[in-house]
Design a protein around this ligand. Structure first.
Ligand code: PMP
Length: 290
């Protein structure tokens, strides 16, 4: 069955899902995006993703191309038409189509595109084995808090990981881990304290990160928001990543060195289970007290 895509208000077949070569998303990566997960046909934490979309748009001086209600209705229709029980909804907004020139066009209409991907999120094989990562220099621009589609550096990082025979890359700047190529990075200390980098322009403020830090209250893990080194990660009890498409995913090796006993750690497993339980039950984490 071919997928239905959403392009500027229309639901169309993949073959008709097209934007102009003059679209500024294509020419300048002048575009922002969001990825929300779907479990049991239900969007997870979508309000938080929409809030972040508005922040990204505002940071690059763009207007929202549709109301939140219109976007939600389109997301839900795509889930239905494409029969997504478990998977992702991708949403991208660009500054629109205009003849190539760096400055913002005066009258461009934003382009909005959405599509779905079926994905085995709950029983992903990687969740059972954990993932292996390498470290790479963080060569991205300085506004990683904006979720732009300028993703060449993460694409190079992921390919470097694949070439090295591992699953992903953690990016390092000034001696400290910033984040994973498309996820936030965490270590768990031997006393159970969870550590992840503080928010700022250097990393994306992950929606799953926000949820998981809230869950630490329920699992009675303390957490600190502070940068850590690859050396600290190698000596940690456990490590894991979070993102909308991986939830909580254990990391079992860094640069060829096992973390702990080289198996997914207890804290990572517990947080993953709890995340999935609340996501399926409530579809949001906003009610979880920190
Ligand atoms: N950091 C980066 C660089 C990412 O690309 C992503 C996922 N898009 C994340 C963190 C995780 O964010 P979220 O939990 O909102 O998916």
């Amino acid at each position: 069955m071919s997928r239905t895509f959403y392009v500027n208000g229309e639901f169309v077949a993949e073959a008709d899902a097209k934007v102009s070569v003059l679209d500024r998303g294509f020419l300048f990566a002048d575009a922002v995006y969001e990825v929300s997960s779907v479990l049991g046909g239900q969007l997870i934490d979508n309000d938080a993703h929409m809030n972040r979309l508005h922040r990204s748009l505002s940071e690059i001086s763009m207007q929202a191309p549709a109301t939140d209600a219109e976007v939600l209705a389109a997301q839900q229709k795509l889930i239905e038409l494409n029969e997504i029980d478990e998977g992702l909804v991708y949403l991208q907004v660009t500054r629109g189509v205009a003849d190539r020139d760096f400055g913002f066009p005066a009258n461009a209409t934003p382009t909005i595109v959405m599509f779905t991907q079926k994905k085995n999120l709950l029983n992903s094989p990687q969740a059972k084995t954990g993932i292996k990562v390498i470290s790479v220099p963080d060569i991205r621009w300085q506004r990683r808090d904006i979720k732009t589609v300028g993703l060449l550096a993460p694409a190079l990082a992921k390919q470097a990981a694949a070439d090295a025979g591992v699953d992903d890359a953690w990016m390092v700047e000034d001696g400290f881990v910033t984040e994973g190529s498309s996820n936030n990075a965490y270590i768990v200390h031997h006393d159970g304290t969870i550590q992840t980098r503080h928010l700022g322009n250097e990393i994306l403020s992950g929606i799953t990160r926000e949820a998981v830090l809230r869950l630490c209250g329920l699992t009675q893990n303390k957490y600190i928001e502070k940068p850590f080194t690859i050396e600290e990660a190698k000596n940690a009890k456990e490590a894991f990543i979070t993102s909308a498409s991986s939830f909580v995913m254990p990391v079992v090796s860094i640069d060829g060195q096992d973390i702990g006993d080289g198996e997914p750690g207890e804290t990572s497993k517990k947080l993953r289970e709890l995340y999935i339980e609340i996501a399926r039950e409530k579809g949001t984490f906003s009610h979880v007290q920190e």
